[in-house]
Design a protein around this ligand. Structure first.
Ligand code: FHN
Length: 429
């Protein structure tokens, strides 16, 4: 028995070190925030209908039809290496896969719950293949897991759309199942981050959230966890559970104190939708820049098609973002937001003794509020030529006649001190 306890302790410690280079949970959160840009993937049998994952069950798609889609689910063109390469080429540093969404279907061969990918014609362990591909290509592997499950009879809501909202269930049994599924995911696939969702429904409580949080931290103390295990969604405090805030489909406000990540779709729907409207390159780049300018990360969502491929137009758009990041990425990765809050003309990031101004529009003179006690030593287009500037009553920079990049051009301002210590200035241009 003594040997078993020693082994289990050593296993837990080694598995924690194996999962992240970070030495402490706080360092793991800092490392996560330095990544700035990740790929969100919403995928499952619902792609056979092209409707929204989870939400279209018992609505656009009958419950019986939706729950039998797994029998046809066979994304034969799924290639984990290609998904991960698409993320990498886009300049994304982490990938989050919906291993279990509200419809309860598991994208891994679980021994805990039978409603899983091993029972489909596809059969393969999609979560495992993505974990392996991420490790091979140096992308951080992360998992999305819902805390509500409209398919599980133990969960007391079987459909958000009708009277099946308060039926007999057993939350203690449901939470135990969730713990067992999480143990499988953590011990098999060693995710760096867990992205929970579904906290808003009545059966879920902060107490369940804290129970799950502790369960995860016992298995791997360095796993970063979002704030959706708890009911408090707007701030990190004694009523919240998790390590970072998660504004959704919007760019979060500048926040230098609490880690945060905006999750936003490249199209409109989270899961694949035929002919869905896709965001322009300008909107994609400026969304990323304004998020980083607010000191946050952007988790940008794609919904792969039923055959397992990500639509080429989405791959191409992400590639264009990657090209922009190849030129200006040093002004995004590992930076802090500010000191100027994002506005319609520019956003700002900073690192060491540099302030990066991400300019969205063609202007003659860039006017920046004074940074008390700071002297500007040089100003240039990042990767380009020096620019003339004056420092009377703030900073005025004479901009190039034509911006090198119409979507967003970065100006690098070298100062005489540490830019990361400057207070945030919320004054608009
Ligand atoms: O209901 C989900 C939705 O399907 C999607 O997964 C988003 C992603 O953050 N979260 C929930 C809506 O708030």
């Amino acid at each position: 028995m003594r040997r078993l306890i020693i082994f289990l302790c050593l296993f837990t410690i080694s598995s924690a070190f194996a999962q992240s280079d970070a030495k402490t949970p706080a360092a793991a959160i800092d490392a996560f925030m330095d990544k700035r840009f990740g790929m969100f993937v919403h995928f499952g049998p619902v792609t056979l209908r092209g409707t929204e994952i989870g939400w279209s069950r018992n609505k656009e798609v009958s419950q019986a039809d939706y729950d039998s889609l797994y029998r046809e689910f066979n994304p034969v063109l799924f290639d984990a290496d290609k998904w991960v390469k698409t993320a990498k080429d886009a300049g994304m540093k982490y990938l989050v896969i919906t291993a279990k969404h509200h419809d309860g279907f598991l994208l891994w061969p679980s021994a805990v719950s039978a409603y899983n990918i091993s029972r489909t014609p596809f059969k393969k362990d999609m979560v495992g293949l993505l974990a392996k591909a991420c490790k091979k290509q140096g992308i951080s592997f992360c998992i999305y897991m819902t805390v509500l499950d409209w398919h599980d009879p133990d969960y007391p809501i079987h459909s958000p759309h009708d009277s099946l909202r308060n039926v007999k269930g057993s939350m203690p049994r449901f939470v135990n199942t969730m713990k067992s599924e999480l143990t499988e995911l953590i011990t098999r696939y060693k995710p760096d981050m867990l992205w929970f969702d579904g906290y808003w429904e009545k059966p879920w409580t902060n107490e369940f959230g804290r129970e799950i949080y502790q369960h995860i931290k016992k298995l791997d103390a360095r796993i970063v966890i979002n704030n959706r295990l708890g009911k408090e969604s707007e701030k990190l405090n004694e009523n919240s559970v998790g390590d970072f805030l998660t504004p959704e489909q919007r760019i979060g406000n500048i926040n230098m104190l609490e880690p945060w990540e905006s999750c936003i779709t490249i199209c409109n729907q989270w899961a694949w939708k035929p002919n869905d409207q896709m965001k322009s390159l300008k909107e994609c780049i400026q969304t990323l820049v304004k998020t980083a300018g607010g000191n946050g990360n952007l988790l940008f969502n794609v919904g792969p098609m039923m055959d397992g491929r990500i639509e080429q137009r989405q791959v191409d758009r992400l590639n264009e973002m990657g090209s922009w990041l190849k030129r200006y990425g040093q002004a995004i990765y590992g930076t802090k937001g500010g000191p100027y809050a994002p506005n319609d003309v520019y956003a700002a990031t900073r690192k060491g003794n540099y302030i990066f101004i991400h300019v969205f529009k063609q202007i003659d003179v860039l006017k920046l509020p004074a940074l008390n006690g700071t002297t500007v030593k040089s100003v240039k287009v990042l990767g380009g030529s020096a620019l003339r500037f004056t420092q009377a009553d703030g900073l005025q920079v004479t901009m190039p006649g034509k911006l090198p990049n119409d979507n967003c051009t970065v100006i690098a301002i070298q100062i005489n001190g540490n830019a990361e210590k400057l207070p945030v200035i919320k004054q608009l241009q």
